[in-house]
Design a protein around this ligand. Structure first.
Ligand code: SF4
Length: 229
């Protein structure tokens, strides 16, 4: 299929699946792309893994191990791999934290978080996605203004890939209800003041009622790591 064909397919599916359930969106993606479809997961919870396992066994799930994750996030990844019928693929940056410190100086995340994210998230994601045609994320429209236009299926022009956001139309209340009703694995930090979990140096607790993503890169203008926008 040419890039133009893929783009047309993504745009058409985005329109046709706008009101479909998350499972039906995943069913379409797995049926259309097979082994060339991968889910990305930051291990805030096992929601996408649980949803995909309910549709088809053994879907690839990409996890970016930045070297700066909370221990609870690594534990959640291990538990998700044990509990759900998915194939976890962990991607590592090309530089260890020690190598990055030696090359760029310590605490790059404080001085230039975009450069740190480029090394530890953006490049590993690009490398991890290279074998695939379509990828899925847990991006939701209600999370932030930068995500308000996310399509259920859309064309990722930056990567020339089909991007699938099965829960784009879900609200936080929808997520909480599904997690509870289905006993889905959740990162324990979620119950400890971290509704949005990233790397430890760049994530702080938020107060009850505060914007869930305000704990990410707090005190800076940065709101995204560069993976989804
Ligand atoms: Fe670095 Fe922070 Fe980005 Fe993690 S979130 S890769 S520590 S800048």
């Amino acid at each position: 299929m040419t890039v133009t064909d893929l783009q047309g397919l993504a745009e058409r599916a985005g329109r046709e699946l706008e009101t479909a359930s998350a499972q039906d969106v995943l069913r379409w993606a797995i049926g259309t792309f097979g082994d060339a479809f991968v889910i990305t997961c930051s291990m805030g919870d096992g929601l996408l893994a649980a949803l995909s396992a309910s549709v088809a066994p053994g879907v690839d799930v990409l996890f970016l191990d930045t070297g700066y994750h909370f221990a609870e996030t690594i534990g959640t990844r291990d538990a998700v791999g044990q509990v759900y019928d998915v194939n976890i693929r962990t991607m590592l940056p090309l530089l260890t934290v020690a190598q990055q410190d030696a090359e760029h100086g310590p605490r790059l995340h404080d001085r230039d978080p975009n450069a740190c994210c480029a090394i530890r998230k953006v490049e590993p994601l690009a490398r991890g996605l290279a074998p695939y045609t379509a990828w899925a994320s847990g991006v939701r429209r209600d999370e932030s203004p930068t995500r308000a236009d996310a399509g259920v299926v859309e064309w990722d022009a930056k990567r020339s890939m089909v991007k699938v956001n099965p829960i784009a139309t879900w609200t936080q209340a929808d997520v909480d209800a599904y997690l509870q009703a289905n006993g889905v694995l959740v990162n324990p930090l979620t119950y400890d003041g971290y509704p949005s979990i990233g790397c430890a140096p760049c994530t702080r607790r938020v107060a009850p009622g505060e914007d869930p993503r305000s704990g990410r890169w707090a005190g800076t203008a940065k709101t995204e790591c560069g993976l989804h926008v």
